[in-house]
Design a protein around this ligand. Sequence first.
Ligand code: EPZ
Length: 427
Amino acid sequence: MDRITIRGGNRLKGRLPISGAKNAALTLLPCSLLTAERLTLNNLPRLADADSFGHLLNELGVSTTMSRGNGETIGRQLTMSAGAIASTVAPYDIVRKMRASILVLGPLVARAGEATVSLPGGCAIGNRPIDLHLKALEALGAEIELAAGYVKAIAPSGGLRGGRISFPVVSVGATENALMAAVLAQGETVMENAAREPEIVDLARCLVAMGAEIDGIGTDRLVVQGKTSLHGAEYEVMPDRIEAGSYACAAAITGGEIDLVGARADDMEAIFQGLRTAGVEIAPFDGGIRVTADGKLRPLTLSTAPFPAFPTDMQAQFMAMLALADGTSVLTETIFENRYMHVPELTRMGADIQVHGRTAIVKGVDRIVGADVMATDLRASMSLVLAGLAADGETRVHRVYHLDRGYERLEEKLSAVGADIERESDG
Ligand code: EPZ
């Protein structure tokens, strides 16, 4: 197990390359199950979760060939081929390490007629149910069985049939599973109150490149005309808007200036609106976005909500930044029930944060002090790194395997823009 040690106080300055998006990659990878031909993904990030997903696909019979990228982006190139599905079971020992494994459910039942996936269970930020995924597949004719910690979906003998899916709650994963099933269902599928996150748009665009017919891409109403089969394609994973937003917070909290190379501004409007209100300058340029901060940050009041509103995946990072703002901020987490695991650790560094249910009151302080802190989940871990960049003295973030799931070469990227940061074994 490793830890990351940061000596705070440096103003960060320089160019920082943004990797392919984790949450796009994790829904593009299972698209390989939807065709017997080759699907090649470019700009695949070097992340633990992407590698775990590749191992899961191998278990299901997908052959994978990883190579260095095509040079146009910093990511890797992965070619996948599911000529024949060797297994329709996603086992517990894989799913328990990566809940996104549930995203093989829709494509497997669509392509192979059935799928058995270990129930993903909860995680640090909430109990993470999958009822909306299952209801969506039932609307396409699938029969659902739950037994011994597994969920099994079985298509009708003639395959899935198009249907009408109306989501009572916006769900990224359920929208992704439903979309990957609908593209091979017979007839038309209408999805209402679908998630509109940029990662969903990336998925839809990849499916269209594979021959799918989808209307309403980017809106909350998707209409799919199912096909009998899809063909292979080559597709580039979108840049990671949450990684970019996290490093924008690094510039903000250190009073620095970072060029987010490869970031896509259209995906980040709500994040940038928050940063601008806090007094940070955001300047898109050809090929990226420059983020500049030069003094005390102003406090904010914001709530997380589905896209295009402020993303829940940026709440912890903003909280670290606002811990040093000139005034009191109010953050409300409306998506997950337990996404304040970073608060006790930030408080130990001297932040003044009070949590009341879903709302956190962040009173800005003049300084925070480095300490030994424990990472608990992916975005909480990044929040602690950000705090360490601005803290007096040394911060040691333990259990950084959480970070490796979503931030490619974090210490390399941050030290390249002037952070005093190193990774060490934690014994
Ligand atoms: C995706 O998770 C992301 N993960 C999360 O990013 C992100 O926080 C989340 O979407 C919201 O944007 C990936 O894309 C791999 P949801 P997902 O289904 O799909 C409830 C990160 O840090 N719900 O949109 O699991 C659920 O409990 C991760 O990168 C049901 O009730 O999120 C939550 O309250 C963390 N029933 C809300 O909906 C269901 O069947 C939104 O969850 C499904 C979800």
